[in-house]
Design a protein around this ligand. Structure first.
Ligand SMILES: Nc1ncnc2c1ncn2[C@@H]1O[C@H](COP(=O)(O)OP(=O)(O)OP(=O)(O)O)[C@@H](O)[C@H]1O
Length: 320
């Protein structure tokens, strides 16, 4: 990937508070035009990382660039070129949504008022606030406020949008609306958003980074991250002498574990292997060597992000 294709790149990014690394040695890479899901449990360090990227707090160690600018040296320029939605956006409650967006646009756009008004109207339309645009912000629902926050962050058409938990406080319909809006930005911009809701990431993200206790537990295209967690488990449905089939499998050096669940005359075997190549070439053969055994179904298990997330997060947890 060339540097033009990477919007955020950090190396060894670290933040220490009171001698504790809350973010440790992050090497992040966000591809241009991706919807990058920054996933992690509460306290993982997502907000701290985002604030470092925006120049709102200073890293203790490491370096980073964002849209080609240095995150420490160039932070004023970064804030002009990036849209940011904090976890709890604040507004002037008596202003309407339209006035709020006009006010924000005034910081970025010079030139005739009509230009600003057209941009504001376009953003109101894009985030679906037309019906309520001329009501005071204090009368908006949680979902409407969040959509206003996204419109405000995007008012100057930044090439990168950073959103801290944009959908966390919303009900399923509100979340769906926000995710649909993020999708619309994919063509024109890059979106980095944090969340602890796996389902959201699975729905809209093409790239994901799982952060746990301040460190990256997994990062990459979502398909690769999903494959990394599911590649070594096979599911096989058989009929016949299940115990013999199980023993035959456990006799292979590349088989770690076989779990069996009986379903009438058939059984499902969940086979965990240590060597995917060996499993691909030999697993079926081992089973078919038993003439009395019928193999009804055979395949690699596809796990979802939740399984991987729990494995990574639980696996990385210190025993206390
Ligand atoms: N100013 C600070 N001083 C000391 N510790 C801090 C400070 N800011 C954050 N922390 C700690 O750093 C850790 C990471 O916090 P952060 O807010 O980045 O996590 P997060 O992943 O965004 O969590 P959440 O999903 O709950 O918002 C937490 O343990 C938090 O208490």
């Amino acid at each position: 990937m060339s540097t033009d294709d990477v919007v955020v790149a950090t190396r060894g990014l670290t933040k220490t508070y009171d001698g504790v690394d809350v973010v440790r040695q992050l090497d992040l890479r966000v591809p241009r035009h991706s919807i990058f899901g920054f996933l992690g449990p509460n306290g993982a360090g997502k907000t701290t990382t985002m604030k470092m990227l925006l120049g709102l707090i200073r890293p203790t160690g490491g370096t980073g660039t964002i849209v080609g600018l240095d995150i420490v040296r160039d932070s004023p320029d970064i804030r002009a070129r990036i849209g940011y939605l904090p976890q709890e956006p604040r507004f002037y409650e008596h202003m309407t949504s339209r006035e709020t967006l006009r006010f924000a646009a005034g910081f970025f756009f010079a030139g005739p008022r009509e230009g600003i008004d057209a941009r504001v109207a376009h953003m109101i339309d894009l985030v679906g606030l037309s019906r309520v645009a001329d009501r005071p912000v204090k009368s908006l629902s949680g979902g409407e406020r969040q959509r206003l926050g996204i419109a405000q962050a995007q008012i100057h058409a930044p090439e990168l949008l950073i959103l801290d938990e944009p959908a966390a406080a919303l009900d399923p319909l509100g979340r769906r609306d926000v995710l649909a809006i993020l999708e619309r930005f994919r063509e024109t911009s890059t979106v980095v958003y944090s969340t602890h809701i796996l389902d959201d990431v699975q729905r809209v993200s093409d790239t994901v980074c799982i952060l746990n206790q301040g460190e990256i537990a997994a990062q990459g295209p979502i398909g690769d991250v999903l494959a990394s967690g599911s590649g070594l488990v096979y599911s096989v449905e058989v009929e016949g002498d299940v115990a013999r089939a199980r023993d035959a499998l456990l006799g292979q050096p590349w088989v770690d574990e076989v779990q069996t669940s009986i379903r009438g005359t058939a059984a499902r075997l969940r086979v965990t292997v240590s060597d995917a190549d060996a499993a691909e070439s030999q697993l079926q053969r081992v089973l078919l060597a038993d003439d009395a055994l019928v193999v009804r179904e055979f395949g690699r298990l596809t796990t979802d992000l939740e399984g991987i997330f729990i494995d990574l997060v639980e696996g990385g947890r210190d025993d206390d």
